[in-house]
Write a protein that binds this ligand. Structure first.
Ligand SMILES: [Zn+2]
Length: 223
């Protein structure tokens, strides 16, 4: 933290309610094994794409909200590009401080706003590596990176896991980049929306045809 930032305890308890707090925000703690098990259960019930998205979106929202509340309480927010790059380069250490793995920044590019992070011993990959899952499973950590980046920059950010220790890689690599994540899941949603719109149009057109037919039959019978 810089000299101008106020010191806020990372982890403490509310004096009255005794609720656990991180940066002043009440938290319910879920152990890593339970989160990993939840990942497997959801994959079996709602499918891998929706599970990945569920974990990603939840973590992204939580990380963004938490970081925003920390930034509101401190004077840490900055528009200075070099300071922002330096801060974002520290995100893997934030993930380490939560006990989600051991992280480092592999690449950072101020011009494109892209970063490459590496996490060794991702908690979720360590739990799931022998479960026969074929795709990267650490969207929870990817979501944290994207949420933190959005809080610090005020811009839309996304993160995807390039390869994962749960599928045989020695570590998990994540690409953080500005903009939105267009992925298979949303592609499928778009396709479904298009099909539904076409179905709507078809129903509308059948309805109109039927109405016209009724009107013409009625007018014929009136003759
Ligand atoms: Zn992973």
């Amino acid at each position: 933290m810089g000299d101008t930032e106020k010191s806020i305890p990372f982890f403490d308890r509310d004096e009255e309610s005794k609720h656990l707090q991180i940066w002043g925000v009440p938290h319910a703690l879920i152990d890593n094994g339970t989160l990993a098990e939840l990942y497997v259960v959801l994959t079996r019930s709602i499918g891998k794409e929706m599970t990945r998205r569920f974990f990603y979106d939840s973590a992204k929202k939580a990380a963004r909200n938490l970081q925003n509340s920390m930034l509101d309480m401190s004077n840490a927010k900055t528009d200075d590009v070099d300071k922002l790059v330096d801060r974002i380069s520290k995100f893997p250490f934030y993930v380490s401080s939560y006990g989600y793995g051991t992280g480092e920044t592999i690449k950072s590019d101020a011009r494109s706003g892209k970063f490459l992070f590496r996490i060794e011993h991702s908690f979720i990959a360590d739990e799931l590596k022998d479960r026969g899952l074929e795709d990267p499973t650490c969207s929870f950590i990817a979501g944290i990176f994207a949420g933190l980046a959005e809080a610090w920059t005020g811009e839309e950010y996304s993160c995807r896991e390039l390869h994962c220790a749960s599928n045989g890689s020695p570590f998990c690599d994540f690409e953080l980049f500005p903009g939105s994540l267009t992925d298979k899941f949303f592609g499928e949603i778009e396709n479904i929306k298009n099909v539904l719109t076409k179905l709507d149009d078809a129903v509308e057109s059948i309805h109109e045809t039927m109405q016209n037919k009724n009107v013409s039959q009625k007018s014929n019978s009136d003759l």
